[in-house]
Design a protein around this ligand. Structure first.
Ligand code: BMA
Length: 343
C-alpha cells in the first residue's frame, strides 16, 4: 500500500455526491460514472435547450452551480442552479445578471464553459466571453446575489480559464488555453500570475498537447486543480481528431505544489472517454468535458462534474488515492512537460 495521499483543498464535505465503484466496473481507469447520469438534461427551464459544461461549489448546507445554458436562440449564457445534494438541481429562469464595478448591468454577448473557484472569501466565475472574439471573462461574488464583472484578464483569443483555489507565494494563478476564434485545431495550457486579479503576467507554458493520440490535437484546463500532498491534481480535457470530428476525453496530471508550471506526472491514458450513449450522442457527439470537482478531505472522495455531448451535465467519482496512484503509475512526460515553461 502506497503512502496515504491527503487532499488539502477545501474541508470536510460529508454531503458530497457519492456512489461506490460498481463491482462489475469494466474500466481499469480510476473514474467511474454516476449510475443516475445525466444529472441535468435537455430543456431544464423554459428558454434553455441544454445545460452542460458547468461548475459546482459547496454553499451553505448544499451546493450552488454556474451552468452553461444553451438558450433556444443558440446563444449560451450562465445560469445559477441550487441543489441540496449536488444531483437534483433547481435552475434560475434567467441568466446571471452581471454588473460592472459601478453596479450597472454588464451582460456578456455570450458566455460559456463557466468554472467557479473560491479564493479566500470570494467566488470567481470564469467563462469564455465575447471580447472581439472568444476571450476569458471573469466575475466575482461573495453572496450569489450580486455578480461583479472584473477586467478580462487576457487579449483574445483564449478559452478554458481555470483559477487555482489559493494564492501561491502571494499571487493568484490562472491556467488558460490560447486559441483561435473558431474550433481551434491546436492548444497548450499556460499559467499566468497576478497580484490583484487585474494585471496578469509572468506567463509560463505548463503542458502541450499530448503525444498520446487521445490528446494529440489540443488540451485545455478542466476542473480547478485540487491541492494534494503529491501536488496539484488536475483533471483536464484532451482532444483527438477523427474522420468524423473531434473527440473530447478527460485526462489527469499532477503539477508541482510551489511551481505549478512544472508537471510532475502526466497520465498517458485517458481517465474517461465517451462511451455511454449520453456522451456519444447529442448536440456535439463524443464529448466529455470536465469543469469542476467537489472533494472531501476526510474520506478523500472526489466528485467530478463534466459536460457530455454538449447536451447534459454528468457526474463521475474517484478518490484521491486512486486518481494519484493511477496517474503516477501511467505517467509519461513529454520533453516539453519537464521544462519550466519559459523561453
Ligand atoms: C469547445 C467548446 C466546448 C465544447 C467543445 C466540444 O470548443 O465549445 O464548450 O464542449 O468545444 O464541442
Amino acid at each position: 500500500m502506497d503512502q496515504p495521499i491527503a487532499i488539502l483543498t477545501g474541508g470536510s464535505l460529508p454531503g458530497i455526491p457519492w456512489e461506490e465503484r460498481p463491482r462489475n466496473d469494466p474500466h481499469h481507469a480510476p473514474l467511474w460514472r454516476y449510475s443516475g447520469n445525466p444529472v441535468i438534461g435537455r430543456n431544464p427551464v423554459p428558454g434553455v435547450a441544454r445545460v452542460f459544461n458547468s461548475a459546482v461549489v459547496p454553499w451553505g448546507e448544499g451546493f450552488i452551480g454556474v451552468l452553461r445554458g444553451e438558450q433556444v436562440d443558440g446563444v449560451p449564457q450562465i445560469y445559477l442552479g441550487r441543489s441540496d445534494d449536488g444531483v437534483a438541481w433547481t435552475i434560475e429562469p434567467n441568466p446571471i445578471p452581471f454588473t460592472d464595478e459601478d453596479g450597472r448591468p454588464f451582460m456578456p454577448g455570450y458566455a460559456y464553459d463557466p468554472r467557479m473557484v473560491k479564493v479566500e472569501d470570494t467566488y470567481y466565475i470564469l467563462w469564455c466571453t465575447d471580447f472581439y472574439g472568444a476571450a476569458i471573462g471573469v466575475a466575482k461574488t461573495r453572496d450569489f446575489q450580486t455578480f461583479t464583472r472584473v477586467e478580462n484578464p487576457f487579449l483574445p483569443f483564449n478559452r478554458n480559464a481555470v483559477l487555482f483555489p489559493r494564492k501561491i507565494e502571494g499571487t493568484y494563478r490562472l491556467l488558460s488555453r490560447p486559441s483561435d476564434s473558431g474550433h481551434t485545431p491546436f492548444g497548450d495550457i499556460f499559467l499566468s500570475e497576478s497580484p490583484d486579479m487585474v494585471y496578469w503576467g509572468r506567463h509560463r507554458h505548463v503542458m502541450g498537447k499530448g503525444t498520446a493520440w487521445w490528446e494529440s490535437v489540443k488540451i485545455g484546463g478542466g476542473a480547478a486543480p485540487i491541492e494534494t500532498s503529491e501536488g496539484w491534481l488536475m483533471f483536464y480535457h484532451g482532444v483527438a481528431s477523427t474522420c468524423n470530428g473531434f473527440v473530447y476525453s478527460i485526462g489527469g496530471a499532477i503539477l508541482d505544489r510551489d511551481e505549478p508550471n512544472r508537471v510532475k506526472y502526466r497520465c498517458r491514458n485517458f481517465l474517461l472517454t465517451p462511451e455511454e450513449a449520453y456522451e456519444e450522442r447529442g448536440f456535439v457527439p463524443n464529448v466529455c468535458f470536465p469543469c469542476a470537482t467537489l472533494q472531501d478531505v476526510d474520506t478523500g472522495r472526489i466528485a467530478l462534474y463534466y459536460g457530455a455531448a454538449d447536451t447534459c451535465v454528468c457526474l463521475a467519482f474517484t478518490t484521491v488515492q486512486l486518481a494519484v496512484e493511477y496517474i503516477k503509475a501511467h505517467s509519461a512526460l513529454t520533453p516539453a512537460d519537464a521544462e519550466p515553461g519559459v523561453r
